[in-house]
Write a protein that binds this ligand. Structure first.
Ligand code: CAA
Length: 380
């Protein structure tokens, strides 16, 4: 067993770290406050290959492994989790789903510009009444002549307005339950496809989250992904990889907050010495460092499983569960270490604490991860 990173991995991690420091840090507070999408920054991420990291270069991607993806996600999330959720959705949900299950025509038409970062994509599963209970899709897509007619509403869609390509999950045969669900590629601007107002969120405020409305939207038959009835499995398999991305996001949010708290604790003096020299603070830092390291190992294990071609449903769910819970705990402690300064925006930790919360909710709540994990351990 070798815990060392390769030279290539170190290079990718450092490139992501430099990008985050130089391009994402300036303006991150203002983007959060004004809910401003990081348009220029996402464009640069595309140019640097961060939006199609694991996609084969023949489809415009960087051809890297999942370990590289975790490393880059951690570095970018340390500074700007709004930018990293765009990256995570584009890489794990949209590009991976299309590369793994799309037809050659779909790959040429959609995957290539998505992997190059020329456009970004969105993954549309959640509905007003189908969040955790993903089989209860109310959106329908019934066959009619040479197309499907899509009707319904999707909720909480990341990249909702800034995406150009949407992977939409819909019920095509109600009697068949989850076996009557399909996934479709829907282009922005298709008649009948409307984007709802932007959600005003607690965290990841720079990313855009919208509801989407579909009214008699004509989707060409060739835009269905995979065999008829494959949509629910498509969503589950895609989300399994997505959870590695969000676990790494949570890891990055926590390590960003920890690094700030560590630095602050060595500068700030109270009762005649740096606060890091008080055991109350030193023990907090010890706990935070240990939790972060544990989460990093879980993320790396899940990524390694993926790179080895092993099943990563369990390791991905464990990584997401632990990293998300840990990120919430660690960011709260980072604010506490900063005292009153932690409660104001200039010190960044209050934003990281707000951003951490969503990692316990999206791509399956912590409770959903426990369903996946408990089913797996009880089956074994
Ligand atoms: N791989 C392949 N197939 C899978 C699978 C997987 N990982 N997980 C389930 N399936 C299959 C099952 O084998 C089953 O198929 P068969 O009947 O042929 O055996 C079928 O899918 C149904 O599975 P379940 O009976 O387990 O389904 P369930 O209703 O009990 O739900 C669940 C399982 C894990 C709770 C699932 O509903 C789930 O993951 N819910 C959470 C949804 C979610 O994560 N939403 C996030 C939205 S996306 C998002 O947040 C993106 C963003 O914008 C950032």
């Amino acid at each position: 067993m070798d815990f060392n990173l390769s030279e290539e991995h170190i290079m990718i991690r450092d490139a992501a770290r430099d990008f985050a420091q130089n391009e994402l840090l300036p303006g991150v507070i203002e983007r959060d406050e004004n809910q401003k999408f990081p348009t220029e920054q996402v464009k640069k991420m595309g140019e640097l290959g961060f939006l199609g990291m694991m996609v084969d270069p023949k489809y415009g991607g960087s051809g890297l492994d999942a370990v590289s993806y975790v490393l880059a996600m951690e570095e970018i999330s340390k500074i700007d989790a709004s930018a990293s959720v765009v990256m995570s959705v584009n890489n794990s949900l949209v590009c991976w789903g299309l590369e793994t299950f799309g037809s050659e025509e779909q790959k040429q038409k959609y995957l290539v510009p998505l992997a190059k970062g020329e456009i970004i994509g969105a993954f549309c599963l959640s509905e007003p009444e189908a969040g955790s209970d993903a089989t209860s899709q109310k959106t329908t897509a019934f066959e009619k002549d040479d197309h499907y007619l899509l009707n319904g509403t999707k909720n909480w869609i990341t990249n909702g307005n800034n995406a150009s390509v949407y992977l939409v999950i819909a019920q095509t045969d109600i009697d068949k339950g989850h076996k009557g669900i399909n996934a479709f590629i829907v282009e922005k601007g298709t008649p009948g496809f409307e984007i709802g107002p932007k959600e005003n969120k607690l965290g990841i405020r720079g990313s855009d989250t919208h509801s989407l409305m579909f009214t008699d939207v004509k989707v060409p038959k060739e835009n269905r992904i995979g065999e008829d009835g494959f949509g629910f499995k498509f969503a589950m398999k895609t989300l399994a990889g997505g959870r590695i991305g969000i676990a790494s996001q949570a890891l990055g949010i926590a390590s960003g907050a920890y690094e700030l708290a560590l630095k602050y604790s060595k500068e700030r003096k109270a009762f005649g010495k740096e606060i890091s020299k008080h055991q109350a603070i030193a023990f907090k830092l010890a706990d935070m460092a240990t939790q972060i390291e544990a989460a990093r190992h879980l993320c790396m294990k899940a990524a390694w499983d993926k790179d080895q071609g092993k099943n990563y449903d369990l390791s991905g769910a464990m990584a997401k569960l632990y990293a998300a819970e840990m990120a919430m705990d660690v960011t709260v402690e980072a604010v506490q270490i900063h005292g009153g300064y932690g409660f104001v925006k200039e010190y960044h930790v209050e934003r990281l604490m707000r951003d951490a919360k969503i990692t316990q909710i999206y791509e399956g709540t912590s409770e959903i991860q426990k369903i996946v994990i408990s089913r797996s351990v009880l089956r074994d």
